[in-house]
Write a new protein. Sequence first.
Lengths: 269, 358, 326
Amino acid sequence: MTQATITPDGRQAGPVLMDLRNITLRFGGVTAIKDISFDIREGEIRAIIGPNGAGKSSMLNVISGFYVPQEGEIWFKGYRRGPMKPYEVARLGIARTFQNIALFDGMSVLDNIMTGRLNLMKARIWSQALWWGGAEREEIENREQVEKIIDFLEIQNIRKTPVGRLPYGLKKRVELARALAAEPRILLLDEPMAGMNVEEKEDMCRFILDVNDEFGTTIALIEHDMGVVMDLSDRVVVMDYGRKIGDGTPDEVRSNPEVISAYLGVEHA
Amino acid sequence: MFYREAGDFKTSYRDDGQTFPIRLDRWGYYAVLAVAFLVVPFVIDSYWANAVLVPFLIYAIAAIGLNILTGYAGQVSLGTGGFMAVGAYAVYKLMTAFPGVPIVIHIVLAGAITAVVGMLFGLPSLRIKGFYLAVATLAAQFFLVWLFNKVPWFYNYSASGQINAPERTILGWAVTGPATSASAKYLVCLVFAVVLAWVARNLTRGSVGRKWMAIRDMDIAAEIIGVNPLTAKLSAFAVSSFFVGIAGALLFAVYLGAAEASEAFGINKSFLILFMVIIGGLGSIFGSFAGAAFLVLLPVLLKNVLVAQFGWPTDLAAHIELMIVGALIVFFLIVEPHGLARLWALTKEKLRLWPFPH
Amino acid sequence: MEFLYASEILLNGLMAGVMYALVALGFVLIYKASGVFNYAQGVMALFAAMTLVGIMEGRVPFAHLINAAFGVHVSSFGWTVPGLLAILLTALVMVGLAIVIEKLVLKHLVGQEPIILFMATIGLAWFLEGLGDVMWGADVKMLDVGLPQGISETVETATNNWLGYGFFIDRLDIWATVIAAALVAALVGFSQYTKQGRAMRAVADDHQAALSVGISLRFIWIMVWSIAGFVALVAGIMWGTKSGVQFSLSLIALKALPVLMLGGFTSIPGAIVGGLIIGMGEKLFEYFIGPMVGGATENWFAYVLALIFLVFRPQGLFGERIIERV
């Protein structure tokens, strides 16, 4: 296992937490991901960027267990992860948000965030049916944890609002809260800033950095907004047409000629 | 003015999570319970018990059961009648096989047996969704009713093919059989309804309920945040069938006294319960009571007005009832998919502000 | 002999399957064009058959209601209407019904979840059933529009000479098969080669896109529900002629559901193949297994078959594979 190292910007990056080796994912005849390897270190913010259709979302879905790759190995916390159901992956400590918000519209904000803690709640169905024994105590303990996250993300005032009534930016924040509530080892963010205005983007950036700082949560994110990615992340993977074309610190990636021609080159040609 | 929450501050998460956070609601709830337990049993006559109150309570239990499955967990079932039949035949077999055991235990066991059967028929829900599943539950409906009609063991080889509830007592009071008094029938059903409603409330406010609702609202996302769809769906089927089974057992043993599977538990029973849930409100326990009350009272009302007052033929009243119920279903789905429960909640919202709506 | 008897049963199952397919066809049409799973299809068949009988016999609509409300005794206009004209008039009634359903129900439920729409059609089914009973009375009605009935002697003697065993086949079943085949051909032709048919398929594919190229959604819906009403009428005539117009006729709708699950909700050939499989399957099962378990397996065989089948192939025989994404 790799030793702890100091990243160029002086932040502490821990040992390798997740290692993806030679991942290949195919849908019928289409190869969405071609032989990609990279790692995610404890405590870092890792970004995956690339033009549309590069396979970023598929990559995230592989990590969260929604897609099972045809080839390759996923190592997590030093163990090889066998083929798993998505909910089993979640129980390992991998939480995520979704590109098109996937909140539970019929429930309040509070209940939505509480669903994030479902894997940490152990009361048996009998105990819950009679609301006796562990059930009530557990409910209150978990509620206290959730309230901390609500405070952290500054959504106290909408606690009991049904999620369906919230504006887009707040929904994104509630989704982040739900993922955080699970106390994940790795937090996956699928385009956390897509469709936001500048102000909302700034808020979201601040929350992501704060989460990383205060809870020490490892974060892997996909993002379109290049500026945001370069400022936020410690290391960046660049994908194009399902292949990896660059990997390194934001500065290294910025000066990688292949990346410039594939991605940035389009904009600055 | 009179209905308000000002000054009713919550100082702990326990207080904040209670069922009736507003003090006035709480008092109202206690008042209803007091009347139901302390007043009604002494004034009830057999017409009110048989035509209104007992069926209302039994159907309310069944509606809560279906609401757990459909309203909370999002799995539509058209097999409710079949599962009620399981409860009825299970309690019949238990009552006749073990006469010495208290009837309450039999009824609860009948619910448990139905829960197992429900889980069995819930297995396909892992592969099929939406109305595919709804149609698949029809298999349960038709197969179970057929089974109880065709296999003589279930009706103890009786010549008529019917099952008849033998007389059983609780604390010396007859609760099944012809000698049962109106108030005994009513009280048994009331106790079951109140306890089961409380259980349903507990289940739906905790982590089990959140799993169900997560599956209902977005099953894929639910699985990705860590909900095992297998246990979530099967637990919903099991709990739902438990309630429905108890309703079936009560319907047969306490209310009807005798039953025949295809007559008492046919497909129309499935629809009746489903309509109660829709009209009352999907995902609401109060709604299950409201919907049951509505659909029990409607035919009584129509009969009293059209047949007794105007002297119309009974079958015409029944046909008009079909039209009204059908139209109401469509009306509620268009105007208020959350049914009477939401209308009630809206009324309360208004009352909280009244008389100063701005 | 055993084999021949079994094949006779198979053949009869095939004919019954055609009937199922006919009802299933109505479901598929509406589902493809409006995404509505129309539970009321069977009751529409019942309603159509009732209306047809009512018109043919010159019954006064709502006679019971009028009698009860005004204390009079009307029942019949005293005339009879020839079959063909009555069928035409009934078809018009079904078109009217389609317009009313669109105006009062569908228009208000655009964009709702499929399961809500499904439950709405259950409500619609109850309403129509009640309406049919109030309009025409709930008695069992005989329907005879001049379709040939009874055992076909031609088939019997032909098979007797050829195989030494006379097949018993109802002439009505043969006619039903022919009419169903013609109907399917006409519908396929309509949806493939006419302007309205193309518009219908466009709507089925994507409501928004269809709207944006100027197709009137409401017109298409009315049209589709009218066609489904017409299919219901045909099915109602067949079943009504066979076993009388009565409530059980609406239960064939329930039989059409497993047919659809086998065939896939979006496939016209699927509806036909599914109908045939169910029709033959339940007859054979009843013949071979039925005696062992007490008979009447037709009540549930179709559903259980569909259920087992769906667990292994959730999209049905001809349905498109569902790919889930986040």
